[in-house]
Design a protein around this ligand. Structure first.
Ligand code: NFS
Ligand code: SF4
Length: 654
């Protein structure tokens, strides 16, 4: 394998890394060669929680003496276990804060919309509005939609500042799960409260019991999955429409040489939604013509991409590690970013070309970028202003233009409600057919494969290898975030992929209902959809009475963000075996790792796993799925199915 092939398995990515070299433009792929991770920080053994430190307590190398062991405490006496668990918990708090602050923004716009203060936004999905109203215990009767929506907005916002009781959406979980949370004292009270409390607990001299720290981190993470993230998914669906299957295209090849290209990158769907709406505005179209462009091409990057892809079929330029490379094509006239996962280096890369980097969130400015703040009350005006900046920039393109030809088709937009309809039909929407096919063994189990790219491993490779291995073994895959984009690029998000890549059992089910073997469920906040899908499967019956009983597992092999740790921890705390790859942040403390990998299962019935090799990770997940099938007494059914298939082949051959 050449050096460049170690960087990515995506041909479009490799092409652009090479172009960047020719253009003399540095990217993250170059920096990853030069700067290696700090070995002490990488294992979670560095504490900076007070300035008597930073204290470093690296794991002892083999054959070290007693003296070395004594040094494994910080100045204040904090043990390696405390330090490791505190670092882990802080990641959970930060990740939860990111998802939930995004959710707060959505809730505020939702309430303003309900009050009629932002005419640009409307309530699009009334059915979902009623559903959420019922979950929130809001009276429906014959009240006008507007009033119900105001109540929902207020109640959603109150979840952030709630001081006592528990988050409302916890009641959506299977009853047994709720019991587990309450008995263990991890049912989150208020969203902000859990984040603040975890930051407090992890300060110098507070909670210094690693098990207690990791359990309280679960409480905070649950405030993300069943709190902030779920609120943001639900309210975004009501405002912009619950996603339904839609065709889209993905990879850098979606950029167009003779059109103005605007890439929206980040996480909030608010501004991109409005941009989609004003693309055909006469002023915009006229401006496009006047600069000699053939049109204006809006494309997405990362989770912003997933949001507008699912609802409007807007093409996706790429995932996290492709953000700089989109600019390297030389045809991106504006890259518009809001919050999260935007690399600061975009500003430098933009300088190598003609691209205008435009920041839009008051929370996320970047030195060297143009700042045009998104104000929802002036949403259209801002959207048009940004598009005009891009159009004006079209004529500034330099000569070093090259767009990779790679582009793939995909079908996306599988909200958990849509899966319901697709399986059961609109009038008898139900997960029954899924459950039946799991019970009869055609589908072996369910896996959620989600999360980022990480420049410390070959871009797209671990996730893709894992997903292919899972579907080959009849495990249906639900995917979100950057992993979903990886799947799209590789052609796995099409119904035809079932025949090509899935095992006989899964393929037969996919072909019967026209489903891809890998279902794109949205952005990272939409991992809450996976929780809801898992809950729906439990509630439909026949597969135990808790999420932890399901033949299911989760993974994020290329994770890098703190948000991923928050997601992983709420999956674990919801009863899911969750495997991460590439690196593991608590390797510095064996007891902490053991607690997460094994002991947590005693109380939360879910646990973490770490396995950088994607084939081995698939094996771990499938073994777990088979163990659950056995516990449910449905392992025999699967043996029969396999036998049937073999028999059928024999007959075919005869
Ligand atoms: Ni999720 Fe989406 Fe991608 Fe990772 Fe970043 S874009 S919120 S954090 S890198 S999957
Ligand atoms: Fe060192 Fe303790 Fe301060 Fe951490 S909190 S830096 S271990 S003295």
């Amino acid at each position: 394998m050449s050096d460049i092939e170690k960087k990515s398995i995506d041909p479009a990515t490799i092409e652009m890394i090479e172009k960047a070299h020719i253009d003399g433009c540095e990217t993250i792929f170059d920096r990853a060669d030069v700067m290696k991770p700090c070995p002490i920080g990488a294992e979670g053994s560095c504490c900076k929680h007070c300035y008597m430190g930073p204290c470093r307590v690296p794991a002892p190398k083999k054959k070290e003496g007693a003296l070395e062991k004594i040094r494994r405490i910080g100045l204040c006496g904090a043990t390696a276990e405390t330090i490791s668990a505190r670092n882990f918990a802080r990641m959970v708090a930060a990740g939860t804060a990111a998802h939930c602050d995004h959710a707060r923004g959505v809730a505020k716009v939702f309430l303003a919309t309900a009050k009629g203060e932002v005419p640009e936004f409307q309530i699009k999905d009334e059915q979902k509005l009623y559903q959420v109203a019922m979950d929130f215990g809001i009276e429906i009767g014959d009240r006008p939609i507007r009033e119900i929506a105001i109540d929902i907005g207020e109640r959603a916002l109150a979840e952030f500042g709630r001081q006592e009781g528990e988050l409302i959406f916890l009641k959506r979980a299977p009853l047994k799960r709720q019991e587990i949370w309450r008995n263990l004292g991890v049912a989150p009270r208020g969203i902000d409260r859990e984040v603040v409390e975890l930051l407090h607990r992890t300060c110098m001299g507070v909670d210094q019991d690693y098990q207690d720290l990791l359990i309280s981190a679960a409480r905070c993470a649950l405030a993300d999955g069943w709190g902030g993230s779920m609120i943001s998914t639900e309210l975004q669906d009501i405002l912009f429409g619950n996603p339904v299957p839609i065709l889209g295209q993905v990879n850098l090849g979606v950029l167009k040489k003779d059109e103005v290209n605007v890439v929206v990158h980040g996480h909030e769907p608010l501004l991109p939604e409005i941009m989609v709406g004003v693309l055909n505005d006469p002023d915009i179209q006229q401006a496009v013509q006047s600069v000699g462009a053939k049109g204006i091409n809006l494309a997405g990057m990362c989770c912003s991409a997933n949001e507008i892809l699912m609802r409007h079929g807007i093409p996706v330029a790429g995932n996290f590690l492709q953000q700089e490379l989109a600019i390297v094509t030389g045809v991106v006239d504006a890259m518009v970013v809001d919050i999260q996962c935007e690399m600061q280096s975009l500003a430098q890369v933009a300088k190598c070309y003609h691209t205008k980097l435009i920041t839009t969130s008051p929370k996320a400015k970047i030195e060297g970028a143009i700042h045009i703040e998104f104000e929802e009350r002036e949403a259209q005006k801002v959207a048009k202003k940004i598009l005009m900046e891009a159009i004006e920039n079209f004529s500034n393109r330099k000569t070093n233009v090259e767009i990779p030809s790679h582009v793939a088709d995909m079908v996306v937009g599988f909200s958990h409600e849509t899966i319901n309809y697709l399986l059961g039909g609109f009038f008898r929407a139900s997960y029954r057919p899924l459950n039946d096919n799991i019970i009869n063994g055609r589908i072996r189990g369910i896996a959620g494969v989600v999360g980022c790219n990480n420049a410390r491993t070959t871009h797209d490779d671990p996730n893709l290898t894992l997903i292919k291995e899972l579907i080959k073994n009849d495990v249906i895959v639900l995917t979100t975030g950057c992993a979903a984009i990886t799947s799209g690029k590789a052609g796995l998000l099409t119904p035809e992929a079932a025949k090509l890549y899935a095992g006989d059992g899964l393929a037969s089910v996919c072909e019967a209902v026209g489903l891809p073997p890998v279902l794109h469920m949205g952005a990272c906040v939409d991992n809450s959809r996976i929780l809801m899908a898992a809950t729906a499967v439990v509630k439909d019956g026949g597969l135990g009475d808790d999420i932890s009983d399901l033949p299911a597992a989760g993974a994020a092999l290329e994770w890098m963000h703190e948000k991923a740790i928050a997601i992983g921890h709420y999956f674990v705390a919801s009863g899911v075996f969750t495997v991460f790859g590439t690196v593991w942040p608590t390797t510095g403390s064996e007891p902490v790792s053991r607690f997460l990998f094994e002991e947590l299962e005693n109380s939360l019935k879910g646990k973490w796993g770490f396995e950088p090799d994607p084939r081995k990770a698939a094996k771990l997940m499938i073994e777990h799925i088979d163990k659950k099938r056995k516990a449910l007494g449905i392992d025999r059914a699967r043996e029969r199915v396999l036998f049937d298939m073999a028999k059928r082949r024999e007959l075919d051959a005869a």
